[in-house]
Design a protein around this ligand. Structure first.
Ligand code: C5P
Length: 401
């Protein structure tokens, strides 16, 4: 079943240029099974027509508090009671300010006062307006009142400025909406996840690395977030975006990853080492670009710290999960690593099989504990991550009891 099946969502649209993306948002939310009713402010109608949103949502659009006909159809109080979730996207600085002070001078702000449903704001405004003290104070107030603040994102803005203030992309808003309704069984836990490759510098322009895309680690971070955990992602250089809501610590080398992991690990409940950490680094990194004057050259390599093993040796070690990417004797190697690195669990994958593992969108895993093993069959990495996170939690809870 789709996670938004039969969920009743009011989409409030206020007057920002990002309003042009809302028909697509309605479509994607409906694809996930949601029933959508749109409420527009006067400003929103300057950017997009109610007719468009009515056609896409399949429901009448509400845009007036004082319209007798509209109140007969589904009055504002009825709408406020109907909603399982209210999403305001785009949420302008103006609408945020009006909600923060409790105004009820149009249908949307009245709805916010009249509802007991959770409300999510997807801010969208010029970066200077976002950073304005008044906006920040309003957002803080609403956050403290339990409003979800989804974004804003960073990047180029309609006005030409670059910075924070873009409405999150439609796919990110749809993901956040379905995550919102997911079971929050990891509430109160803090997961630290290492992901991606590391880069070991040779000289200022060259490095040694590997093909890790970071997709598996990022999918685990998303699955843990969705289940309600606080998530810190320590990531090597990758080309994918971190899930909205996690704390991202970007690193390059194994040594940097080691340093960050040891700093944050004592605070967490669960540590998942998914990064493809380089085993060796260059002993002496050249300070200037190495010239190709010789026919051959030798690089001296020294072993990197084993991050997961060092975290597992901490006095107050978190619940520890490692990964074993193998091409043969998978169970033997995986169990060997489980013991040697002092881990609670190890997730093994066969990287020799095509269409799974490194750089692929799919994976298949076998999760080993000291006493048992569980197979997670081939699937998309998002699905694998959700199953893995749930299994890790079951083992974690069993260890606590
Ligand atoms: O020993 P091997 O590299 O095969 O072990 C893989 C596991 O150990 C993975 O969980 C990986 O993230 C972790 N690892 C690490 N630091 C290293 C090497 C591997 O945390 N230097």
């Amino acid at each position: 079943m789709q996670i938004l099946q039969d969920k009743k969502i009011v989409l409030g649209i206020s007057g920002g240029i990002a309003a042009y993306k809302t028909p697509e948002l309605v479509r994607r939310l409906k694809d996930q099974g949601a029933d959508i009713r749109v409420v527009m402010t006067e400003g929103a109608k300057a950017f997009i027509t109610p007719l468009t949103l009515q056609a896409i949502s399949g429901n009448a659009v509400a845009d007036s508090l004082l319209d007798t006909q509209a109140e007969l159809a589904m009055g504002h109080i009825e709408l406020a009671k109907w909603a399982d979730l209210i999403i305001i996207a785009p949420a302008t600085a103006d609408v945020i300010a009006r909600i923060a002070v409790g105004m009820a001078n149009d249908l949307l702000t009245t709805l916010c006062l009249a509802t007991s449903a959770p409300i999510a704001l997807a801010p969208a405004m010029n970066q200077q307006m976002w950073h304005a003290l008044a906006t920040q104070a309003n957002v803080k107030t609403l956050n403290e009142r339990g409003y979800q603040i989804w974004g804003p994102g960073s990047g180029e803005q309609a006005c030409g400025d670059i910075g924070l203030g873009r409405m999150l992309e439609v796919n990110e808003l749809v993901t956040l909406s379905s995550d919102f309704f997911a079971d929050k069984y990891l509430q109160g836990q803090h997961w630290v996840i290492t992901a991606g490759p590391t880069r070991e510098a040779i000289d200022p322009v060259r490095y040694i690395s590997n093909h890790s895309s970071g997709k598996m680690g990022y999918a685990i971070a998303h699955a843990a977030l969705r289940a309600g955990a606080k998530v810190t992602l320590i990531s090597g250089p990758v080309t994918i975006n971190a899930p909205v809501g996690c704390q991202l610590i970007s690193v390059n080398s194994a040594e940097e990853m080691h340093q960050q992991a040891l700093k944050i690990a004592p605070e967490c409940t669960t540590f998942v080492a998914c990064a493809a950490v380089a085993d060796y680094r260059v002993a002496n990194i050249a300070t200037q670009k190495i010239k190709k004057t010789n026919d051959a050259m030798k690089l001296e390599l020294v072993k990197n710290h084993d991050i997961v093993a060092d975290v597992a040796n901490l006095h107050d070690k978190p619940f520890m999960i490692g990964f074993a990417a193998e091409t043969q004797n998978i169970e033997d190697y995986a169990r060997g690593k489980l013991m040697r690195k002092n881990l609670d669990l190890i997730a093994a994958n066969d990287v020799a099989k095509s269409g799974q593992g490194f750089n692929s969108d799919n994976n298949a895993l076998v999760l080993y504990s000291a006493i048992d093993k569980t197979e997670i069959p081939l699937a998309n990495k998002q699905i694998i991550a959700q199953k893995l996170v749930s299994l890790i939690n079951q083992h974690y809870l069993a260890k606590q009891s």
